[in-house]
Design a protein around this ligand. Structure first.
Ligand SMILES: [Zn+2]
Length: 63
């Protein structure tokens, strides 16, 4: 799998920031490193590449 290619095609991965769905904390992440070595976790859950605003938009069905 070509991680660099996947990352270049997904703006959220290129942005390199993740959020916790549970507590809302956020951190910068190296998307390629995270894909290879394990995605960051918070509160026992895998962190999401969707920002809180994007999560609301997705939940509402308007992407
Ligand atoms: Zn958390």
């Amino acid at each position: 799998m070509n991680f660099a290619k996947v990352i270049s095609e997904v703006p959220q991965l290129k942005r390199g920031q993740v959020w916790c769905r549970s507590c809302g904390s956020t951190q910068r992440t190296d998307s390629e490193g995270a894909m290879r070595h394990g995605w960051p976790k918070c509160c026992g859950y895998t962190m999401t590449i969707d920002s809180p605003e994007e999560q609301i938009r997705l939940a509402a069905g308007h992407q």
